[in-house]
Design a protein around this ligand. Structure first.
Ligand SMILES: Cc1cc2nc3c(=O)[nH]c(=O)nc-3n(C[C@H](O)[C@H](O)[C@H](O)COP(=O)(O)O)c2cc1C
Length: 186
């Protein structure tokens, strides 16, 4: 396990989840094994740590364990590769944002950015606990709203199943770092 100590030479040592960043995968097959309340609470704690535009924290997260509700959401995720995972995993999380409460500047809607960061925090904390997730962002929002009963003006930005992986996917191909980074000039 690779652990980075931050801040260096400081007594208040914190272990950053570099290992979780490396081992996280999009998990689409789950065991029936329950997620304990302790595990769930640890994942949800990330809501109190994630950064957001002007610290607005314009999010609310729905936690669903009900098989009926998960089945309803899964049903409306037609053609999504994560469709079955939503019904199969013991927990479904839905990250919802209030755009007005999240901060907007002309041409820049920060609620999507804030939601993406929060989703990443959730996924990394889950990976650290040995749990699987997959960011599900492709769906008919009005149908998911109906299935979950999320009121306006809340936008549903991301869903993820949460559970013990039945199958851990391999590493997906990634672009070369040298093709993505510009030093000093573009
Ligand atoms: C914003 C966003 C939306 C995504 N939406 C979906 C989705 O709707 N369904 C799905 O199965 N995977 C979805 N994914 C997962 C990606 O397909 C996955 O992250 C990518 O293939 C890389 O694989 P990895 O996560 O295992 O590294 C989404 C990921 C992101 C970041």
């Amino acid at each position: 396990m690779r652990v980075v100590i931050y801040p260096p030479n400081n007594q208040g040592v914190v272990q950053l989840p570099i290992d979780a960043i490396h081992k996280r995968r999009s998990v689409r097959k789950y065991e029936e094994t329950e997620v304990t309340d302790e595990q769930l609470n640890q994942v949800l704690e990330t809501l109190t740590f994630a950064p957001s535009w002007a610290n607005k924290q314009g999010w609310q997260v729905m936690v669903v364990r009900s098989p009926e509700t998960k089945a309803k959401v899964s049903e409306v995720l037609e053609h999504n590769p994560g469709q079955k995972a939503v019904a199969a995993a013991p927990v479904l999380l839905a990250v919802c944002m209030d755009p007005e409460a999240s901060g907007q500047l002309p041409g820049r809607d920060y609620f999507m950015v804030d939601a993406g960061i929060l989703m990443d925090h959730i996924m990394l904390e889950a990976a650290d606990l040995g749990l699987g997730t997959v960011f599900i962002g492709m769906f008919d929002e009005e149908k998911v709203r109906g299935a979950l009963g999320v009121p306006e003006p809340w936008r549903i930005v991301g869903l993820t199943p949460l559970g013990v992986p039945a199958k851990m996917p391999g590493e997906r191909p990634r672009n070369e770092l040298s093709d993505m980074v510009h030093y000093e000039t573009w």
